[in-house]
Design a protein. Structure first.
Length: 286
């Protein structure tokens, strides 16, 4: 929390210190950029091999083999989705929202990758198309598909309101994963992790730096398309916040389903190989 202006005296060179130019923490120039033309060419003649409807205020899992694509599609009305990803054969390897943010920025779009956690740290998926790419950043600093929020959850809701609510995205994802793994809720809950907030429009307020949301610009027919770099298990929750224009963690908002479509190309993209786990093999200087 920032102290009120005037609480601490400014040093005489305060403005000079503020005027220092920032540097990018993680320049990504050394990363080989995704060959989007090759990915797009692989869509020619692809076959839709599956779809999953995610009911409002609930979640469903889905699987996508390495080399295939999936789309998260808006149907019926504006709706935000919370996406978790795991390596299909190892749920210890999961999407790393924080490092993805550090590498690509607060909001993701075409060409950005979803990275897995340490010690794996490899691309799990690449975003190959985003129909909301036109949105950019609005006058409030808001944009879509963020990796800054975490997921609505019943613990924070209890903390702030004293109420129990059982259809937060965290709970929806936990139930869906438990059902998929055929394991108890408490056993799989730690595998549920910070999400990609699909279609959600968010930012930080300029004066207080607080996380804000606003009505999503998504409309039926919009989609976010991913290429699976490794075999994936995914879970998507249709957030109880609906378009997140007012509140979440309640049954107050109008909610809609989301559709997940899975597409198998005739052949993998030319030149593509599934990434190996990170080459650092531990040691940590010990
Ligand atoms: Zn949510």
């Amino acid at each position: 929390m920032k102290l009120a202006k005037g609480e601490m005296p400014e040093p005489s060179d305060a403005e000079a210190r503020r005027a220092i130019r920032p540097v990018i923490c993680y320049p990504v120039d050394s990363l080989v950029p995704p060959d989007l033309a090759s990915y797009r060419a692989a869509r020619e003649g692809w076959e839709k091999v599956g779809e999953v409807v995610v009911p409002p205020r609930d979640a469903r899992t889905f699987e996508v083999p390495a080399g295939s694509f999936f789309r998260i599609v808006s149907v019926e009305g504006p709706q935000v989705g919370d996406l978790d990803l795991w390596a299909a054969d190892n749920i210890n390897e999961r999407f790393f929202s924080g490092k993805t943010r550090a590498l690509h920025g607060t909001h993701l779009s075409t060409g950005d990758r979803l990275w897995s956690c340490l010690p794996y740290l490899r691309p799990m998926a690449t975003i190959t198309q985003d129909t909301l790419n036109w949105y950019g950043f609005d006058q409030y600093g808001g944009s879509v598909h963020d990796v800054i929020g975490t997921r609505c959850d019943p613990y924070t809701h209890k903390l702030l309101s004293g109420q129990d609510y059982h259809h937060c995205c965290h709970s929806n994802l936990t139930r869906a994963l438990a059902e998929r793994m055929k394991r108890p809720l408490a056993e799989v809950e730690p595998a549920v992790h910070d999400v990609l907030n699909v279609f959600m429009c968010t930012g930080f307020t300029r004066d207080t730096g607080q996380y804000f949301m606003k009505a999503s610009p998504v409309r039926p027919g919009d989609f976010l398309e991913f290429f699976a770099e490794i075999d994936l298990l995914g879970a998507l929750s249709a957030c109880p916040g609906g378009d997140c224009s007012t509140e979440h963690s309640s049954d107050a908002a109008a909610c809609h389903p989301l559709l997940v479509e899975i597409y198998r190309p005739e052949a993998p993209p030319v030149g593509w190989t599934s990434p190996e786990r990170n080459a650092y093999r531990g040691g940590h200087g010990a």
